[in-house]
Design a protein around this ligand. Structure first.
Ligand code: DQA
Length: 144
């Protein structure tokens, strides 16, 4: 069975109460439940991880090498700042799908650029929770 690591960056643990007009009213736990159901349907095994710390995300990516077949990552604010996460993804030799709940291109100028996109096979943004499910479909399609 193919293994997918779903990584969530800073402040995504606040989903549900954090700016619901932008990010919706569902919690990260709701998203995890939906991802687990979708993964089962797609015959994928997933690990679901959230951290507010850049270094922990870098370490999780490093440790994924050889253990996971794809990474789905919502790097949150680190998308726009983190060369360290970009470098970790470039070094891990794993397929990468970048996800954002909101349409980052319709928001502030500083959100339009993502370092992480330079390591991503594809990017999905603007579809809320559904974006994670689409990312799982994209990951499954890598292995067909
Ligand atoms: C986000 C978009 C980022 O700009 C923001 O910093 C986030 C969440 C999204 O999912 O829409 O924290 O990645």
């Amino acid at each position: 069975m193919r293994r997918v690591l779903v990584i969530n960056g800073p402040n995504l643990n606040m989903l549900g109460t954090r700016q619901p007009e932008i990010y919706g009213s569902e919690t990260l736990s709701d998203i995890e439940t939906a991802c687990r159901e979708k993964a089962t349907a797609l015959d994928l095994e997933i690990d679901f991880f959230q951290s507010n710390h850049e270094g922990e995300i870098v370490s999780a990516i490093q440790q994924a090498r050889g253990k996971f077949d794809a990474i789905i990552i919502n790097p949150a604010a680190y998308s726009h700042t983190s060369v360290a996460i970009l470098d970790a993804l470039l070094a891990c030799d794993i397929k990468v799908v970048e996800v954002h709940l909101s349409n980052i291109h319709r928001r502030e100028e500083f959100r339009r650029f993502s370092y992480v996109s330079k390591a991503a096979d594809g990017v999905i943004c603007g579809f809320g929770k559904q974006g994670y499910l689409l990312a799982l479909e994209a990951a499954a399609s890598f292995f067909k």
